[in-house]
Design a protein around this ligand. Structure first.
Ligand code: GUN
Length: 287
């Protein structure tokens, strides 16, 4: 029997419905949640991601401020903009879209964001809190994946989970969240020997490679009834695809996320959630 789709659009809509009420409650307390985005350069994919984040915010009543900066901006100029947003009482969340231009220092940039406005959960303070199980603002893609597990009541306890990604945005934060749900987590990456062996033994595979010419997950590589979370999105032969061959994998897996319509919408939904949380935090601090 074929497996079931994990529908990121359905789950993200459920999250957004709850957030709409939370925004109304904040409004009644004279708080209008506000997200400021910073986009450096004119990479079309990054511009589309940021635009989609703005549209999603506006749909649920989150105000947005847009900062589009020239690709050759200096670190000093960027720092000044972040400082201004840190001090702007109207702004509750700050998102600096990654990657940055080559002359900029990603670590220095992210570290400059005030941790209570860090709706990406990427500042050293929030990364530390996450590793200790005490985080409030968590990275959006990993927390979106966890939200999908909770929504479909997929219990991770004792499960053997193979992740193929070790980035600060996905693999590392997800490692902590999975561990906190009592899973056994193996972090694989581009230098892992015998990756196929890990995949074959996994109850859950979370794949975020994003290059079909290097890696493609097919049904012969997974065990019967495995769960496959496909985080990747790339253009291949004119189509948007993930790492997994969805039509093939779903014949053997128990649950699979499609691309598009899987993890992507969840990333945006969790950004909205973090912004609403940051706005609520600001109220506790100010009022
Ligand atoms: N670039 C790709 N994904 C992300 C994300 O989740 N946050 C930021 N800031 N940049 C990204």
């Amino acid at each position: 029997m074929a497996g079931q789709k994990i529908d990121g659009i359905e789950v993200s809509n459920a999250v957004k419905e709850i957030l709409k009420d939370a925004v109304k409650k904040l409004n009644s307390e004279n708080v209008v949640p506000c997200l400021a985005t910073v986009l450096v350069g004119d990479d079309p994919a990054s511009a589309t991601y940021v635009k989609n984040k703005h549209i999603a915010c506006e749909k649920i009543g989150i105000k947005t401020k847009d900062h589009k900066l020239s690709a050759d901006i200096t670190q000093e100029e960027l720092n000044k903009i972040i400082d201004k947003l840190n001090n702007d009482k109207e702004v509750h969340g700050i998102l600096v879209q990654l990657p940055l231009s080559k002359q900029l220092d990603e670590f220095a940039t992210i570290s400059r964001i005030s941790p209570i406005k860090d709706v990406d959960g990427l500042t050293p303070q929030n990364v530390g809190l996450l590793s200790m199980g005490k985080s409030i603002l968590r990275p959006c893609t990993p927390s979106g994946i966890m939200e999908m597990f909770y929504y479909y009541k997929i219990n991770l306890e004792g499960k053997n989970i193979v992740m193929i990604n070790r980035s600060n945005l996905i693999g590392k934060p997800l490692y902590h969240l999975l561990l906190q749900n009592n899973a056994t987590v193996i972090s694989c990456h581009s230098k892992t020997d015998n990756l196929n062996e890990y995949c074959k033994n996994a109850d859950v595979i979370i794949s975020a490679v994003g290059d079909r010419s290097k890696f493609k997950l097919t049904s012969d590589m997974i065990k019967q009834d495995a769960i496959v979370i496909d985080v990747a999105i790339s253009r291949h032969e004119g189509k948007l695809v993930g790492d997994a061959d969805y039509d093939d994998i779903i014949q053997k897996a128990s649950w699979v996320t499609p691309v598009p319509g899987g993890v992507g919408p969840m990333t945006v939904a969790m950004l909205l959630k973090n912004t609403v949380t940051a706005a609520s935090l600001s109220k506790e601090i100010v009022g």
